[in-house]
Write a protein that binds this ligand. Structure first.
Ligand code: HXC
Length: 540
């Protein structure tokens, strides 16, 4: 018989039918797998159908959208409520209506919890609360962000005060870990009663159009207490909180879009206050010229424009993640990268209320600045501000108190601060927008800047009121224009402030991107002696 070559020998072995080995699974493992798989399957089909009918994903689908594939490590899958009232314990709901654990997003570790509305309406009992509290504790020790996916009927009625105490445990941790690790809340269903205060204590709140609601008292209670008739959406829907109350920072049209945005936000953040955000290499040249700023210098100073255009042109690859897009549009805040470094931008927006500061703008910017300062993110301030918005609404609403928050936030911030005055910077608003003596590190201006106690028109009306009154009616306008241009020449330019040192440099508009990047690189390892070690991001 002809001998086989080694290859033929190998092939003949492969083609031989193999005896199938049946591996006996030990009964204990079988039982464990049954229990585990049933717990993972979760609620009965009808509850899942009801969830889908509302246009919502299930809690596990949400985690799959958010986390890197196979990265989720669940903790507390088999936890059950100990409550014996109203038959809760007999229902043996594994996990107690919330999925908790750890995973990665684009390789970055996070702690995550997802309330499961299909189990007891995602309501919060003591065991449910303890699961959340426990991953928050671990996240704080491991120094990683916490992301909460909320979809819940609120305090579990059957558990009485235990569920209220459970909320207190979470609120306490939200506050204690504030400024320590980033905390993000994603509202994906109802969030009612005192439950809204956990998201409100976190750094960023996301909502999805049509499915997210937040309110302290629901429409029924509102009707009973005040006679006012209002629906869920108007009372506490996503646009209400994004544009009116300012509770919500990001709104998306769908859940998948929401998770994409959460992931994008996480790329800008460090994992804790002990780290800096990661630097991303860019091909966008540092020396890219900014023709747009040249055009701005030639424009009528009263002409409005959207500050977003300038931010896009300053940013690496023209990418800007705006925070609070629909709220207080007179100030714009968000994240960009410049020369690869993550930078938080705070900018007046002349397209809205001429960019003037008001109560909401002050609160919005102050809280964002405090977040940036907590997490080692340098601040770029773009100034084009005619002053504070006047009127009784503002005065009676407390513009003095709210405006002071902006002064406080900039003054206490020790991260690198670079300021660029684009056009107007008048009065108290000039001071508030990271001016030199509030400890801006490097304060630049364009040649188009007008820095003064007030605008030329207002100033001459006060300074020359007698002369204006005694001028012939037909000549008043020409007289005022002459005075205004004389005033502008002297005060409404960057040169007086440059001569006093309030502005460090008037810069060439074309080279603004390069100058700003060089400034941030210079300040990269800035340390300020004697500063408060831990601040926290108190809701403002
Ligand atoms: C126990 C609850 C629950 C709750 C809902 N469920 N909320 N179980 N405690 N708080 C249960 C329901 O009994 C139901 O159980 C299942 O969840 C789904 O609820 P549905 O009402 O069928 O769903 P839907 O029609 O979509 O209405 C959702 C809802 C409504 C708007 C959230 O359930 C609701 O109004 N719930 C009560 C909200 C509330 O007032 N919560 C307390 C807030 S006070 P079955 O078995 O039928 O599936 C609060 C204080 C916190 O939270 C204080 C912290 C300091």
């Amino acid at each position: 018989m002809q001998e086989l070559t080694p290859e033929q020998e190998y092939d003949s072995q492969l083609s031989k039918p193999k005896k199938k080995k049946i591996r006996e699974v030990p009964p204990k493992i079988k039982k464990f797998r049954e229990i585990r798989d049933a717990a993972i399957r979760g609620a009965p089909e009808d509850k899942i159908k009801a969830q889908k009918a509302k246009g919502k994903l299930t809690a596990r689908e949400r985690l799959a959208y958010l986390l890197d594939e196979n990265s989720f490590q669940e903790i507390g899958l088999l936890v059950e409520s100990r409550c014996t009232d109203f038959g809760i314990k007999d229902k043996h709901i594994k996990g107690d209506g919330v999925i908790t654990g750890f995973g990665t997003v684009e390789g970055k570790k996070i702690a995550v919890f997802a309330q499961d509305f299909t189990q007891l309406g995602g309501s919060l009992g003591l065991a449910h609360a303890r699961k959340i509290a426990s991953i928050m504790d671990l996240a704080n020790e491991a120094k990683i962000p916490v992301v909460g996916l909320l979809d819940s009927g609120g305090a579990r009625i059957q558990e009485g005060v235990d569920s209220l105490d459970g909320y207190a445990e979470i609120f306490y941790r939200n506050s204690k870990y504030s400024g320590e690790v980033p905390q993000i809340s994603v509202i994906l269903g109802p969030c009612a009663g005192g439950a809204v205060y956990s998201p409100a204590l976190t750094d960023f709140v996301f909502m999805v159009e049509g499915i997210s609601n937040m309110f302290v008292t629901g429409p029924e209670v509102v009707r009973a207490a005040t006679g006012e008739s209002v629906n869920f959406e108007t009372l506490g829907g996503s646009m209400t909180h994004a544009s009116k109350s300012g509770v919500c920072h990001f709104v998306t049209k769908s859940e998948p879009a929401c998770f994409r945005l959460v992931k994008e936000l996480l790329t800008f953040l460090p994992s804790s206050r002990y780290e800096k955000p990661s630097v991303v290499v860019t091909k966008d040249p540092v020396t890219r010229k900014l023709r747009l700023l040249e055009q701005l210098c030639g424009m009528d100073p009263r002409r409005p424009y959207r500050i977003h255009h300038i931010i896009w042109w300053l940013a690496d690859d023209h990418k800007f993640l705006e925070v609070h897009h629909d709220y207080a549009k007179n100030i714009v805040v968000g994240f960009i990268r410049m020369g690869g470094l993550v930078i938080g931008v705070v900018a007046n927006n002349p397209a809205h209320m001429a960019g003037a500061l008001d109560i909401n703008a002050s609160d919005k910017a102050a809280r964002f600045i405090r977040f940036l300062n907590n997490f080692n993110i340098p601040i770029l301030t773009l100034v084009d501000v005619p002053g504070y918005w006047p009127g009784t609404n503002q005065e009676h609403g407390g513009i003095i108190r709210h405006g002071a928050k902006l002064l406080y936030a900039y003054s206490e911030a020790t991260v690198p601060k670079v300021t660029l005055v684009l056009r107007k910077a008048y009065g108290g608003a000039y001071i508030a927008m990271s001016s030199k003596y509030l400890r801006g590190d490097l304060n630049f201006s364009l040649p188009s800047a007008e820095i003064a106690v007030m605008g030329p028109r207002g100033a001459i009306e006060i300074l020359y009121s007698r002369q204006i009154k005694s001028t012939k009616a037909g000549e008043v306008e020409a007289f005022k224009s002459k005075l205004a241009s004389e005033y502008s020449e002297k005060f409404a330019s960057p040169y007086q402030t440059t001569s006093t040192g309030s502005i460090d440099e008037v810069i060439e508009p074309l080279r603004a991107r390069e100058r700003i990047i060089r400034a941030f690189r210079l300040l990269e390892n800035k340390r300020v002696a004697g500063t408060t070690p831990k601040l926290g991001n108190i809701p403002l």
